[in-house]
Design a protein around this ligand. Structure first.
Ligand code: FES
Length: 107
């Protein structure tokens, strides 16, 4: 079910933010005016990815430096080996909507 998160006006291209909905902690990023949503915590040791550096479509974990492609969650460099969970997004009336399960997952 698509749920409203943040306004695209408040998340410029190249920016990221944290958001929690239905108990699911997300990092939402704007890359060239397209919105992407991934799990907020690194798949390596659960550091908050919003503390990391976003360069293009790549988020670098602030703790040990693993890199992920925010568009598909793919691991681009160690020490992480597991991809990030991604969530479909769309933009409607200037609002970023994220498709999340209706019941919170244990993540
Ligand atoms: S917690 Fe992210 S690379 Fe270790």
């Amino acid at each position: 079910m698509f749920m409203p998160t943040v306004s695209i006006e408040n998340l410029k291209s190249g920016e990221k933010t944290k958001f929690e909905i239905n108990g699911i902690k997300l990092m939402i990023a704007n890359i060239n005016d397209a919105a992407y949503a991934v799990q907020r915590y690194c798949s390596h040791a659960e550091s908050d990815l919003t503390e990391g550096n976003l360069e293009g479509c790549v988020i670098e974990c602030a703790l040990h430096g693993a890199m992920f492609d925010v568009r598909d969650g793919k691991v681009l460099s160690l020490p992480a080996t597991q991809p990030l969970k991604t969530y479909p997004t769309k933009i409607e009336n200037g609002m970023i909507l994220v498709d999340i399960p209706e019941v919170a997952e244990s993540a």
